[in-house]
Design a protein around this ligand. Structure first.
Ligand code: UDX
Length: 433
């Protein structure tokens, strides 16, 4: 099949490369000439394990190409995906749909054959109707159907998630479009991934419901962690104790510094706004967003307490900056709030992250970026583990202890064993244990 992908960001590029790998012919379109130039040279705009090789092999096989020219990109395509950004709109938290609408208008103006227009970007309920209206207005002769096909992939595991999804949700209102979507995803039937055909509005809402539910699960266990700390219980054991109940499930029950990233913070906020507009507020999600927002900065207090009540003039080593491992993404990372709060308290920050320095430097000031974890720890009064990169999972604790000015460690991801740390003489604080 011929596929066009409008928007070569995270979702567009990964989906495009994976569809090409299934044997479809994919053209990825992006307005940014610099990005397209770099893609032509094999340079990825994002860090995602396995992506560079996947792109290279499919370009070589002639199934994947890149262009800035939308008309050229969509020529002859049977499915045209809209995978442009939907950031939070400044001021009100609603999703900003201006890029989606602009893409719809441009597609309609250049459409020469019947095509299924697929919204892959996370868009509020009703966006498919709006895209349909905009396209019909821009080109009354255009023949098309609009389908919603939300993406559930996780950064750092995006290729695996795309190729072996738990489910594919397609919101579709007619049979011709349904046949195109079934053909497009046919290679996945081998993995027996369920393909759910639902109404378009249902598909749009399903994506928000999924992200809001996961954000709620994390926030629930984070609050349990605080309670465990106060009550002298162990949150990891509580998580295991409840997670083995199939109705609850053990995933997404890791207590930590609060969720970040490009999806959960933005999507929970957008769902809250949508629900308020419909007059059916989702009060649980409102609370989740508020609790998570406060949690990130509150983590800095843990560090201050561990450092003896004051960080003024003290050096803090921060291990991990990105919102989770295996990405260079700093969007809404807890590290930002934590570092800024510590700096407000007068601390000097030495940080190390395997991939995040470049993006961190765009949002943080006055941070010294170290060359490796041990370099970050040198002469520090307290070490804080913020992101659980593999590189921090088996640190040489004798070396850590020797490098630190005082052996104090705050582990916001529960990577280490408190008893073992006590045995080594390290003053160790973690989450909910
Ligand atoms: C998420 C969804 O998982 C994915 O389905 C959707 O398409 C996009 O949003 P992503 O943002 O890439 O994916 O990361 P994810 O692995 O879900 O983690 C999100 C945040 O939650 C991270 O900050 C992570 O550290 C945190 N988290 C996750 C926890 O604190 N505890 C957990 O148990 C799981």
């Amino acid at each position: 099949m011929r596929v066009a992908m409008i928007g070569s960001g995270y979702v567009g590029l990964v989906s495009g490369a994976c569809f090409a790998d299934f044997g479809h012919h994919v053209v990825c379109v992006d307005k940014d000439p610099g990005k397209i130039d770099r893609l032509h040279q094999g340079v990825m705009p994002i860090y995602e394990p396995g992506l560079e090789q996947l792109v290279a092999s499919n370009v070589k096989a002639g199934r994947l190409s890149f262009t800035t020219d939308l008309a050229e990109g969509i020529a002859g395509a049977e499915a045209i995906f809209i995978a442009v950004g939907t950031p939070s709109r400044r001021g009100d938290g609603h999703a900003d749909l201006s890029y989606v609408h602009a893409a719809a208008r441009e597609i309609a103006a250049n459409l020469t054959n019947y095509a299924v227009i697929v919204t892959k970007s996370t868009v509020p309920v009703g966006t498919g109707d709006e895209v349909e209206r905009i396209m019909a207005e821009a080109n009354p002769h255009a023949e098309f159907a609009v389908v919603s096909n939300p993406e559930f992939l996780r950064e750092g595991a995006a290729i695996g998630d795309f190729k072996r999804p738990d489910r594919i949700v397609v919101g579709c209102e007619n049979d011709r479009a349904r046949a195109v979507m079934a053909e497009l995803y046919r290679p996945l039937f081998l993995n027996q991934s369920p393909l759910l055909f639902v109404g378009r509005r249902t598909a749009e809402l399903t994506k928000y419901a999924a992200n809001a539910f996961l954000a709620t699960k994390i926030t629930f266990i984070n609050e349990m962690a605080d309670l465990c700390e106060a009550a002298g219980a162990n949150v990891q054991d509580v998580a295991r104790g409840i997670g083995l109940d199939n109705r609850i499930g053990s995933k997404f029950l890791h207590a930590g510094p609060g969720y970040g990233g490009s999806c959960f913070p933005k999507d929970t906020l957008a769902l809250v706004k949508t629900a308020q507009d419909f007059g059916t507020p989702v009060r649980i999600v409102e609370t989740v967003a508020a609790v998570n927002g406060q949690r990130k900065r509150a983590m800095a207090k843990k560090v201050v307490t561990a450092a003896g009540g004051d960080v003024r003039g003290k050096r803090v080593a921060v291990l991990g900056l990105t919102f989770k491992p295996n990405t260079d993404d700093m969007r809404d990372s807890p590290a930002i709030d934590i570092i800024q709060a510590l700096q407000d308290g007068g601390a000097e920050i030495r940080a190390y992250d395997p991939e995040g320095h470049e993006q961190a430097a765009m949002v943080l000031t006055n941070v010294h970026y170290a060359t490796d974890p041990y370099d970050a720890l040198e002469g520090a009064d307290v070490a804080v583990l913020v992101t659980e990169w593999d590189a921090f999972r088996a640190l040489d604790m004798d070396r850590v202890k020797a490098l630190l000015k005082s052996p104090v460690m705050v582990d916001l991801r529960n990577v280490y064993d408190p008893a073992e740390m006590a045995r080594r003489g390290i003053a160790y604080t973690s989450i909910g244990r």
